[in-house]
Design a protein around this ligand. Structure first.
Ligand code: SF4
Ligand code: SF4
Length: 399
């Protein structure tokens, strides 16, 4: 059987044999800019997460860097808290809390993390913003890419790459600033005097950011992210997902603004294609739930704008559950089902773990003594007939 990706066998005798490529060539996606309630929320989160990430290492606390993971001294400073390797249990607690929070948010509203707070989404948003400023919106970018090379095209592409690389390197520099005092690092940056490990991590993390957010974008979400693969295990039919109301929208079709769709036998979807054009993963939400959907809600915002212009009610594309669509539930009935047993269990477990973690931090002793038997030295008899054992005494002031 021939497929679009199959090439015919060279030898007529092998006519029944076809070579099937399992690699699908990446189709360029040119997401269109969109405004709306959910986009604004995404930008609030971009600002909040990035102000935190880029700003935190520059904050001081009691004449030292407020947040510093000093691997060489094996001390981790987080404002007033000083943690030692013995305190790694808190890191474990933090990871368990993060995992449960992810389960909870996914069970309630699907890929909230992917759509609003995942570094891949956040940096892609920043890189796309820079791209739009330099190359223009969707149509301008498509025209520029299709045009032959010219001085203008070369200039715009070079500026874009320069800005992307600068953002990537600053991101890498900031990451290293969490492990090496950032003001010392800045001094080293001015004369390019980084140590080998600092060079490695700045370049590695910088170019990972540049490659993932600038070039690979939706490919990371579709093919590389493990969360995208197992999140379906946390979904059920009462999970809020971005949904197209096909009962209301179909049959789709173009029409004039003043024309009554019902009179024409049409649904509310005017088939403008804008929901596809704004989608950063290039899918059509009207085909139902797809694993490529990162839940960014850009299609909700753009479709609401179309509905406003047409004078129809909003929400043809909206957050809804599969059950609410299939059973025609009201918003109140839908929300009542969102708070189902698994959500309550996740919430309960999360609250218990957070409480235990907070209590353990508050009750933590600031003074620690470790007495460890020196295994390298055997017990021995000393002059007065006593037996001598060696111990190592470690005293820590953990404030
Ligand atoms: S944006 Fe709304 S109206 Fe336009 S094609 Fe998509 S679902 Fe239909
Ligand atoms: S289908 Fe809508 S919510 Fe999903 S990724 Fe595309 S634009 Fe975002």
């Amino acid at each position: 059987m021939m497929t679009p990706n199959a090439s015919p066998a060279a030898d007529p005798q092998d006519a029944a044999v076809a070579i099937v490529s399992l690699y699908q060539k990446q189709q360029p996606i040119y997401p269109r800019a969109v405004n709306g309630w959910f986009v604004r929320w995404r930008w609030v989160l971009v600002w909040a997460t990035q102000a935190l990430y880029y700003g935190l290492p520059w904050l001081d606390w009691n004449a030292r860097q407020a947040v510093l993971f000093d691997l060489a001294a094996r001390r981790f400073y987080i404002f007033g808290l000083v943690l030692y390797p013995q305190d790694f249990i808190y890191l474990t607690g933090l990871l368990v809390v993060s995992a449960y929070a992810l389960f909870l948010f996914t069970a309630v509203a699907g890929r909230l993390w992917c759509g609003y707070a995942c570094p891949q989404t956040v940096y892609t948003e920043i890189f796309m913003w820079a791209e739009r400023r330099i190359e223009g919106d969707r149509l301008a970018r498509m025209r520029l890419d299709a045009a032959p090379w010219s001085l203008e095209k070369l200039g715009r592409k070079a500026v874009k790459q320069g800005v992307w690389i600068a953002i990537g390197l600053w991101t890498g520099f900031t990451l290293v600033g969490y492990f090496t005092p950032i003001r010392t690092l800045w001094g080293e940056a001015l004369n390019l005097g980084f140590g080998p490990w600092e060079w490695f991590w700045i370049l590695f993390y910088g170019f990972a950011t540049y490659g993932n957010a600038g070039w690979m974008r939706e490919q990371v979400c579709k093919y590389m992210c493990p969360y995208a693969r197992f999140q379906s295990a946390m979904f059920d039919k009462d999970t809020l997902i971005i949904s197209y109301d096909s009962a209301r929208g179909e049959p789709r079709g173009s029409r004039g603004r003043k024309v009554s769709p019902r009179g024409q036998g049409l649904g509310d979807c005017i088939d403008c294609g804008l929901c596809v054009q704004v989608c950063p993963t290039g899918i059509d939400i009207r085909q139902g739930l797809q694993y490529e959907c990162i839940g960014c809600a850009a299609c909700v915002d753009v479709c609401n704008g179309v509905m406003d212009k047409m004078g129809y009610s909003r929400g043809l594309v909206r957050y809804a559950t599969q059950n609410s669509m299939a059973l025609g539930l009201t918003a109140r009935q839908m929300w009542a089902r969102v708070l189902r047993p698994r959500v309550l269990v996740y919430t309960g477990v999360l609250l218990v773990i957070c409480g235990a973690l907070a209590a353990s931090l508050v009750l933590r002793s600031p003074f620690k003594v470790n007495v460890v038997r020196d295994r390298a030295a055997l017990a021995r008899l000393v002059e007065d007939g006593h037996v001598e054992n060696s111990y190592r005494l470690q005293i820590m002031n953990a404030t």
